[in-house]
Design a protein around this ligand. Structure first.
Ligand SMILES: [Zn+2]
Length: 310
């Protein structure tokens, strides 16, 4: 049996799994990233845990044909140029992991890898051109065309979070103003909710420690909370309409923490998408919620390895 390790490195946790070539997860485990200990330390811990996973799954060393890794970073080939959330710069991660794991390794951006997972086994399965958007603290997307990740010339394809949708708008982490991320990410929802709370439009005792309390309040019938989600969905739909006008995809998958708002989010997304795209474009598209949840990263990472070493 040909099997692959899928690794999804996040800011707080590393998700790992061993999968067979059909994308079935045989065993999985999660451990704290602790990025401040450095990437050499992470490579060592990862090596130990993957070996334990393999034994747990009853596989031999030879059964595992390669490793795929998703990281929240800008990559140039296999080299991490910048991973802001991990504090890593110019790290030849693939080399370190191959030395530690004694298996061939492929590394890619986490949004690309999660997109590949959804396009292979999730809500984008069967699509010819899938745009898989992750809406969390930031916004990123994986573009999967005929089953392969489209990366652009230096790995920056799919950076739709930094598409300017409101020129002169709020300052973004990237240094630009009015990026989609400043209007439709979880951080944007939280900021807007806190602003509305400060002017007395949301209950004082509401603890806004993420997007979830806003979703819960909207579900309970609060119109202000529902309005925050509507606005974010509207901007997201606007951004997706522009992106789809270039890509002409058949499926758009919306995942990440903000997608937990479900239809409450998709309604304004779909409305804006139709409003801001040509009928030939929006008639071809189905906008769906992601279906793999937290497993999208490890499934996509294993697929990445299978495409390279299968
Ligand atoms: Zn930006």
């Amino acid at each position: 049996m040909r099997c692959y390790y899928g690794v999804d490195v996040g800011g707080t946790a590393v998700k790992t799994a061993v999968l067979n070539e059909d994308g079935v997860i045989i065993a999985k485990r999660e451990f704290p990233t602790e990025a401040e200990r450095g990437f050499e330390d992470l490579a060592q811990r990862l090596s130990r845990i993957l070996d334990e996973l393999r034994q747990e799954a009853g596989l031999t060393v030879e059964d595992v044909c390669g490793v795929g890794v998703g990281v929240p970073a800008f990559l140039d080939g296999d080299v991490i140029r910048e991973a802001v959330n991990l504090g890593w710069h110019n790290v030849p991660l693939r080399q370190y992991l191959e030395d530690a794991l004694h298996k061939p390794v492929r590394v890619d951006n986490d949004a690309n890898v999660a997109g590949l997972g959804e396009a292979w086994k999730g809500a984008g399965a069967g699509a010819r051109t899938a745009l898989c958007v992750t809406v969390g603290t930031g916004i990123g997307a994986g573009i999967v065309i005929d089953g392969k990740i489209y990366r652009g010339v230096n790995g920056s394809a799919g950076e739709i979070g930094h598409m300017v949708v409101r020129p002169g708008g709020r300052l973004c982490n990237c240094g630009n103003h009015g990026c989609l991320e400043t209007l439709a990410s979880a951080s944007a929802l939280v900021r807007e909710a806190k602003r509305l709370q400060s002017v007395g439009e949301l209950p004082d005792d509401l603890e806004i420690d993420g997007a979830q309390p806003i979703f819960a309040l909207a579900e309970a019938g609060n119109k202000v909370a529902a309005g925050i989600i509507w606005d974010a969905g509207h901007w997201l739909g606007y951004g997706l309409a522009s992106t789809a006008s270039v890509l002409n995809p058949d499926v758009i998958v919306v995942g990440g923490g903000v997608s937990k708002a479900g239809e409450e989010l998709l309604r304004p997304v779909r409305a804006a998408f139709v409003e801001y795209s040509a009928s030939r474009v929006h008639e071809a598209v189905e906008i769906r919620l992601a279906s793999l949840g937290n497993d999208a990263g490890v499934v996509g990472a294993a697929r990445l390895a299978a495409q390279a070493f299968g």
